[in-house]
Design a protein around this ligand. Structure first.
Ligand code: ZN
Length: 466
């Protein structure tokens, strides 16, 4: 029997703002170490924090997108601990009175209840290089929301699916860029098995790390419990190279942080009017949008789910349809070739919805073959030009000229007497071979129906040389 875990996640999300949470230092990623700092985020004596209203707006949007209840008054607290990445000796967070409570995330396996969502500042970053440790304070004071789930996940794959669904909503509502590799989405996981102690895995920074570390912990803890051992309450980190969790320190009790109301910041008051306005600004979220796609465009639930995976793709689909394309061919084009080309990456730009609609129209009219349409699309991605201009520049339009096709087929028949004799002798598969040669000769442009008709006609006129 596979052991079921009791898993809760604490997700740290960096908010998309220009400035840090309590100072005006820029939040851009990748700047030189310690070039995005000031007395406030370095925690120098005498400096005072000033709350960035933009961070509050984005955090509020996050709370509403996740269906949380926004508290009319929330407060900031100091969470004390001593660590080199925290110059003040405390982190400003919201402990007793968070920005928002409740809420949920819809996932493929059901809805996951959230416990709370609160604002806090990020710490600096330690870099261990050989014998020394360096500190970069550029991250110090970056605006985060911490999103805490109830202990309602039961497996590693559920935890991963939850995070993917959460990320989708955060991206849709423009809350964070959610780049796990840059640290703008990270997660701590609490995990216990029935009857065992709870461990916490810190700072998981990829979906893979979340899934693998939880799988490892579930297996480790169930082995220990089966052998009659007790699982100690511990804080762990995930060692990717050894593929195992490693103890960091005994888990701190909440008391150890000596939470204290932050005396330098006023309570944050958010009235109903502000909440209403923020709600109006929310974009349509992925689930309701997929439901609308099924109803409005007659798409299958699967098509609708794929097309609404990202807001860009969903927007593009609706714009292609608005530009005159039929919904189903448009959906197929975007899910198929367009997605394939996007995933290939490189220096490519998504063609405009108008030009995608134009391409679909050309295909619909039979002006270009399916093969040629793929080629045109690839060129649209690479050059940013429209389907029409690519077609007029290259000879990709479908060859439907009867006379030209007759000449082409005649030449293939004349140059391949043996396959022709085979065909006339009853070997029907030789026809496919000759068709292939003729198609190749046309550069893939021959209208296949017309070419076939001409080939059959010409072959029946051939004398049998036996
Ligand atoms: Zn600063």
């Amino acid at each position: 029997m596979k052991a079921e875990g009791v898993i809760g996640l604490e997700v740290h999300v960096q908010l998309l703002t220009k400035e840090k949470l309590f100072c005006t230092c820029p939040t851009d990623f990748g700047a030189g170490a310690n070039t995005r700092v000031c007395p406030v985020c370095l925690g120098l004596p005498g400096s005072l924090p000033v709350l960035n209203p933009e961070a509050v707006t984005v955090a509020l949007r996050a709370a509403l997108a996740l269906g949380c209840t926004v508290n009319n008054i929330s407060r900031f607290d100091r969470k004390h601990y001593f660590y080199p990445d925290l110059p003040k000796g405390y982190q400003i967070t919201q402990h007793q009175h968070p920005l928002a409570q409740g809420g949920r995330v819809d996932t493929p396996f059901g809805s996951v209840d959230l416990d709370r969502l609160h604002l806090e500042e990020d710490a600096g970053k330690l870099m261990h290089t050989g014998e020394s440790t360096l500190i970069d304070f550029n991250r110090s004071g970056l605006p985060l929301v911490e999103i805490v789930t109830g202990p309602c996940l039961t497996s590693a794959s559920q935890a991963r699916a939850f995070l993917e669904s959460l990320r989708q909503v955060l991206l849709y509502a423009n809350i964070s860029d959610c780049r796990m590799e840059e640290g703008s989405l990270r997660c701590d996981a609490n995990i216990s098995l029935r009857g065992g102690g709870r461990t916490e895995i810190k700072n998981l920074n990829s979906f893979k790390a979340v899934e693998r570390s939880l799988e490892f912990e579930i297996a480790r803890q169930s082995r220990m419990l089966a052998q009659g051992e007790t699982v100690p309450v511990q804080t762990l980190r995930w060692d990717e190279t050894q593929a195992r969790t490693v103890p960091m320190r005994p888990k701190e009790m909440a008391l150890d942080y000596r939470y204290l109301l932050e005396p330098d910041l006023l309570p944050l008051v958010i009235d109903a009017e502000i909440v209403d306005r923020a709600r109006e600004d929310l974009p349509e979220l992925p689930r309701p949008r997929a439901a609308r796609f099924i109803k409005e465009y007659g798409l299958s639930p699967q098509n609708a789910a794929v097309l609404t995976l990202t807001r860009e793709m969903a927007d593009c689909f609706e714009q292609v349809v608005a530009a005159g394309a039929a919904p189903r061919p448009a959906a197929n084009l975007l899910q198929g070739e367009v997605s394939r080309l996007i995933n290939q990456g490189g220096k490519q730009s998504l063609p405009s919805p108008h030009s995608l609609a134009e391409l679909l129209a050309l295909q619909e009219q039979g002006s270009i073959s399916v093969t040629a349409a793929k080629e045109v699309l690839a060129q649209m991605f690479a050059s940013g030009q429209s389907a029409d201009s690519i077609l007029s520049r290259n000879s990709l339009s479908q060859l439907s000229d009867r006379h030209a096709l007759e000449n082409l087929a005649q030449a293939v028949i004349a140059n391949n007497p043996n396959p022709v004799a085979d065909y006339l002798g009853g070997k029907k598969q030789a026809f496919g071979y000759l068709m292939g040669l003729a198609m190749k000769e046309s550069g893939g442009r021959a209208n296949p129906g017309l070419l076939k008709e001409i080939m059959v006609q010409l072959l029946t006129k051939q004398p049998i040389n036996k």
